[in-house]
Design a protein around this ligand. Structure first.
Ligand code: UDP
Length: 371
């Protein structure tokens, strides 16, 4: 064996494992299909602005150890995610908080907001929420559901809200205070200099081969290391032998505008069903407080994010974590244990889980111990 460890895919999960392995003296090979490392957190410079090429990535966590861990690799700015939602010509603050309620109904106090929501839950006749629609109405009432959730969610996932799991909407906080911070976590920010620099540090000391597809020569890759960490799609790994897992894809259209400030916010969500994109990202606003140069730049870079159906060969951005797909994934993990016990599956695709970056780090640190 030439290497102690082969990492397939060069995203955040692999980066954490690579860093630990190299530090403990292991010989590590990383192979990556794309022409760059850093996975979906990859940022590239356009007009001197760090562009989040695979969608907006805001680092946030409640775990002090994870925050300390990631701060070894970068300094973070004080960016706080405060996206706005646009429904036709109306603008609302997110997440759902007193600013949203007051704009929607003219209410001024938490009691008035609570009463409005309770009245709407009662009218909808929901007791035990059984799907995303019922969950959303029981959290924020039917007006907010109709204007800010239904259209966005159905285009994002390509399914009716009544056919989607409730946990997706529980990602968003609901608060009866005037607070537009999208996350509840005490630690939050964007790495100064972008995410790619974090990956460069994490993979330092490992051998990296870009533009290299594991499946193009799997026999020799399988034989080159004692252990393999695979961060691609587990169903592809097993040649879809138990069937196909479902994913949701995205398409990004990025352009440079001759303008200092296009939308006044890093993220604007377009919540109407008839607008084909879900959100518009203005990348320079992620640089808050760390680079006046970026903010004063006479140009700006924006990205329209379009949800897309996934078929083989497309980028699988989101796992569809409904019961059917989760149980198929479980079958694949059993197959993995039986057939390939020396392969560890990790990351959003290997674990088939809608994971935020901090959760990826937690799982990777735990798996690194095991490995
Ligand atoms: N969501 C919504 N309206 C919004 C923003 C989010 O209905 O304006 C719902 C939607 O179902 C989405 C989910 O909340 O899939 C989670 O949103 P989040 O911002 O966490 O998604 P991500 O940034 O991971 O794509």
């Amino acid at each position: 064996m030439k290497y102690d460890l082969l990492l397939v895919g060069a995203g955040l999960y692999s980066g954490v494992i690579a860093n630990k392995a190299v530090k403990s003296g292991k010989k590590v090979l990383v192979i990556e299909r794309r022409d760059h490392i850093a996975g979906n957190m990859y940022t590239g410079k356009v007009e001197n602005i760090n562009v989040h090429v695979y969608g907006p990535h805001i680092f946030h966590t409640s775990d002090r150890n994870v925050w300390n861990y990631i701060n070894q690799f970068a300094d973070f700015n004080r960016f706080t995610n405060t996206p706005v939602a646009r429904y036709k010509d109306e603008i609302y603050n997110l997440p759902f908080n007193m600013n949203t309620f007051s704009r929607m109904w003219g209410v001024k106090t938490p009691d008035e907001a609570r009463a409005k929501i309770d009245e709407q839950i009662k009218a909808a006749g929901i007791t035990e929420p059984r799907n995303l629609e019922e969950q959303a109405i029981s959290l924020v009432g039917s007006d907010i559901y109709e204007k800010l959730i239904k259209g966005y969610t159905e285009k994002q996932w390509g399914r009716k809200c009544t056919e989607l799991p409730a946990f997706i909407i529980k990602r968003l906080p609901v608060r009866f205070v005037y607070d537009d911070n999208y996350f509840n976590d005490p630690y939050q920010g964007i790495p100064i200099g972008g995410y790619t620099a974090i990956a460069e540090k994490m993979f330092d000391g490992a051998e990296i081969k870009l533009n290299t597809d594991y499946f193009s020569d799997r026999k020799s890759f399988d034989e080159c290391a004692d252990k393999i960490v695979f961060t691609g799609m587990i169903d592809e790994f097993f040649d879809y032998e138990l069937g196909e897992l479902e994913y949701r894809s995205l398409r990004f259209e990025t352009e440079v505008l001759d303008k200092e400030n296009y939308q006044g916010s890093a993220i604007v969500n377009y919540t109407e069903a008839s607008v084909p994109y879900t959100r518009v990202i203005e990348h320079k606003h992620f640089e808050f407080g760390c680079s006046q140069q970026a903010v004063k730049n006479p140009k700006t870079v924006i990205t329209h994010e379009y949800p897309a159906t996934w078929k083989r060969g497309d980028e699988p951005y989101y796992p569809m974590n409904d019961e059917k797909n989760n149980s198929l994934y479980l079958e694949y993990t059993k197959l993995a244990q039986a057939k390939r016990p020396n392969v560890i599956f990790g990351g959003r695709l290997g674990k088939y889980k809608y994971l935020d970056m901090d959760k990826v780090i937690i799982e990777a640190l735990a798996d690194a111990e095991r490995i």
